[in-house]
Design a protein around this ligand. Sequence first.
Ligand code: CP
Ligand code: NVA
Length: 316
Amino acid sequence: MSSVNELDQVKLNGRDFLTLADYTREELDYLLELALHLKKQRKLGREEQPLKGKTLGMIFEKSSTRTRVSFEAGIYQLGGSGLFLSSKDLQIGRGEPVADTAKVLSGYLDGIMIRTYSQELVQQLAENASIPVINGLTDAYHPCQVLADLQTIMEVKGALKGVKVAYIGDGNNMAHSLMLGSAIMGMDISVASPKGYEPDEGITKKAISLAHDSFVVVTNDPIEAIKDADVIYTDVWASMGQEEEQEKREAIFTDFQVNDELVKHAHSDYTFMHCLPAHRGEEVSASIIDGNHSVVFQEAENRLHAQKALMVALMG
Ligand code: CP
Ligand code: NVA
């Protein structure tokens, strides 16, 4: 493939990207193929600008390094422009209805990326906007991260189907999107969380229903989950918005640290992944995240390529 236009079998133009559950394996395969293509073209210095003149609005109600910078750099690289919109500065922060905000922004922009707390708010925004809305993280999901993670697993393992993923830690937004992404793409996934911190039951059921040729397991035993894993994934114990629970969670999650002892149970060729930011000495030891099985910076870079593919497909 020499041009993004040659890869246009799957039409995603105008779609929202709110949760991976809305996408089929074929559609995700298409996005991944496009992401790998865009990455290659960038490395060769042969980038195209298919989004010339388009503007992406980026609403942030929570902090961000990777999501903000990769979306903003990405839209510029594609020939468009990105507008950083802090929800504190928008009228939405003073109570303007989400529906009105969606209708107004649809008149100015070609796409909206939003990072906030409530998935329902993102859904409401999407229902009222006439332009694509991309979920840049909610308390429930982090689909853009998992798109980049799927790309990374493809690069490292050569395929997705048949790969066994172990997620060790909090049953949070990352766990939810990773379960859905794994199920759709035919990867086995085992999630180990402490009692009371398991992934949401409804989302777990959804992932199980989407898994046609792989398994989805939720357990309270990290050793059981990590057994023979090809990919080991973890995330912070206290997510954004849970800062006051930090100390309490540190005590509850101690046995769920990914460290040299725990990874002995994984496949000897395991790959370690983390969405970042990471807390060394909490959910992962420095020896593992900085060790030679870790691909966390390749994974972070792929946020750029995967989201460029997403923007080209949705806003192109
Ligand atoms: N992984 C991730 O979404 O990072 P940021 O919070 O820095 O955007
Ligand atoms: N679970 C983390 C992910 C950060 C990228 C959070 O929501 O804070």
